[in-house]
Every structure is written in structure tokens, then in C-alpha cells.
Design a protein around this ligand. Structure first.
Ligand SMILES: NC(=O)c1ccc[n+]([C@@H]2O[C@H](COP(=O)([O-])OP(=O)(O)OC[C@H]3O[C@@H](n4cnc5c(N)ncnc54)[C@H](O)[C@@H]3O)[C@@H](O)[C@H]2O)c1
Length: 255
């Protein structure tokens, strides 16, 4: 039977890159995103053109009713969920020094990035546990965190904190779910060319030119989709709770 992958925040950017990669691998693709279905219709049309079966629901990972309705609808349409990509996330609306950061901004970023990942995973895992093991496992969960887990940005501390929380969730869920035949991984993207990075495009392009990134180019949503696709194969079957930096080598310390 065909497998099904859920991608949060999959209407555009990295999430869409993951949806396309998994769709091309033969998965049904189910997207939960706060954007309306019409907002990035060209991407959904591309999936259709590629012969990928997709389901889209407008909703938020932070809202319990949205998560529950989404899981119910996906199970009704496709019969189960085999892969979850926790990609939905936000940057602070305004970049502000940590000494100026507002509680509203902290709550907004941590809620969407960390709380959304925590409870979306819980909702999907409760469904996965009703399903039998298929092949070598019952399911795979991939969390999209960021280089910001280990890189300080003093003007968006709430983002760093929210992504470090995802690292903790990766560890604890991996531990809890190993015996259930569900593996959990984390991808830490560097600078990826999407709507999120439009506001800092010039700054990051300059850094790339200055040689800050050993692989001297912007990352693309397809770069992340490729790694997600690899984690969903059985090639990493004796591993869980691991992360990979997808950052053009940015994490390498240099002298
Ligand atoms: N672009 C980068 O350089 C970069 C680097 C590291 C990590 N990331 C992470 O990758 C993920 C995707 O980023 P992107 O660059 O594609 O950004 P993006 O803003 O283009 O896409 C994010 C998508 O998530 C959706 N979304 C946000 N909050 C949501 C929620 N609570 N529920 C459902 N949908 C929600 C948005 O509507 C949007 O479609 C984010 O978690 C981001 O933090 C991005």
C-alpha cells in the first residue's frame, strides 16, 4: 500500500521542497499550513503535474482542533500516516536585541516553532501507534530546526531558543519511540533561499561571498528535501535521535 507523508508548513519554501521530494519518492503528501490553499496554488499544481497525490488543509500546528481534524482527514483519505516532517516555523516579526525582546515575540516564535512541533508530533504518533509496522518500521519523524541551535544571533534569541527546544524534542521523542519502531531525526538548515530569508538576502549573500560558508552558495528547498528523502529510506535504520547540518559546511570551525 502507498505510504503517506505529512509536511507542516508545506505550502512553500523548505516544506514544499520536502513535499515534492517525498511525493516523487511515491508518498501521498498531506500538507497543514496556515496559508490558504489558493495562496501558493502554483506549487500544488506542480505536485499534480508530477503525478503526486496531495491533500491540503489550512490550519495551524499550534491549534489543537486543527491538528486533530487534520490527522482525522488524512487518515480518512489515505488510511494512515507513515512520515511526519515538522517543518512549520516562523522568524520573529521584528529582529530586536535580546535586551529589547518582547514577551509577545518570544511567545509567538516559541509557540509556532517549539509548541507546534511538540503537539503535532504527539497527534501524529498517537495515530502511528494504531498502525502496524510496515517493513522495517512503523514511522519516521523529521524535525526541521536550524543552524541557530548552535549559532548565536543576539537580535533573534527567541528563534535560537525555539530551535534548541526542537533539538530537545528530537532527543526525547527518539528515546520514547525507539521501542515503537518509530525513528526521529533533526535537520539543521543553514541559509536557505526562501520567503523567510528575503529580508536578510543581501546580508547572507554578502557572507557567502566573503567565504563564511565552505560550500559558497545559498541552500535550496530541494537540498533539504533530498536529505528528508534519504532519512525516509531504510539506510539509517540503526539510528535515531541524530541530527545533520545542511548548511554548506557552515558548522565547521576554521582557523
Ligand atoms: N530559510 C532558512 O534559511 C532556514 C534556515 C534554518 C531553518 N529554517 C526553518 O525551516 C522551516 C521552513 O522555513 P522556510 O524558510 O521555508 O520559511 P517560509 O516562511 O517560507 O515557510 C514556512 C511555512 O510554514 C507555515 N507555518 C508557519 N507557522 C505555522 C504553523 N504554526 N502551522 C502551520 N503552518 C505554519 C507558513 O505559512 C509557511 O508556509 C522553518 O521551521 C524555518 O525556521 C529555515
Amino acid at each position: 500500500m502507498k505510504k503517506t507523508a505529512v509536511i507542516t508548513g508545506g505550502s512553500r519554501g523548505i516544506g514544499y521542497g520536502c513535499a515534492k521530494a517525498l511525493g516523487l519518492d511515491g508518498y501521498n503528501v498531506a500538507i497543514l499550513d496556515i496559508n490558504a490553499e489558493a495562496d501558493y496554488r502554483e506549487n500544488l499544481d506542480e505536485l499534480t503535474g508530477l503525478g503526486i497525490d496531495w491533500y491540503y488543509m489550512q490550519g495551524s500546528t499550534v491549534i489543537r482542533e486543527d491538528r486533530e481534524r487534520f490527522v482525522e482527514n488524512v487518515v480518512e483519505k489515505y488510511g494512515g500516516i507513515d512520515v511526519l516532517v515538522n517543518n512549520a516555523g516562523v522568524a520573529p516579526k521584528v529582529r530586536q536585541d535580546i535586551l529589547e525582546m518582547t514577551e509577545e515575540s518570544f511567545d509567538y516564535v516559541v509557540s509556532n516553532n517549539t509548541k507546534g512541533t511538540m503537539f503535532m508530533t504527539q497527534a501524529v504518533v498517537l495515530q502511528m501507534l494504531k498502525q502496524p509496522v510496515k517493513g522495517l518500521r512503523r514511522g519516521v519523524i523529521i524535525n526541521i530546526s536550524s543552524s541557530s541551535v548552535t549559532t548565536s544571533s543576539t537580535n533573534r534569541a527567541e528563534y535560537c531558543v525555539s530551535k534548541a527546544g526542537i533539538t530537545a524534542l528530537t532527543m526525547v521523542y527518539a528515546d520514547r519511540l525507539a521501542a515503537e519502531d518509530i525513528q526521529v531525526y533533526e535537520i539543521r538548515p543553514g541559509v536557505i533561499d526562501t520567503d523567510m530569508t528575503k529580508v536578510v538576502h543581501k546580508k547572507y549573500s554578502d557572507l557567502i561571498e566573503q567565504g563564511v560558508f565552505p560550500i559558497a552558495r545559498w541552500g535550496t528547498p530541494d537540498d533539504i528535501g533530498g536529505a528528508v528523502s534519504a532519512f525516509c529510506t531504510d539506510k539509517f535504520i540503526y539510528s535515531t535521535g541524530n541530527y545533520i547540518d545542511l548548511d554548506g559546511g557552515f558548522h565547521i570551525k576554521k582557523l
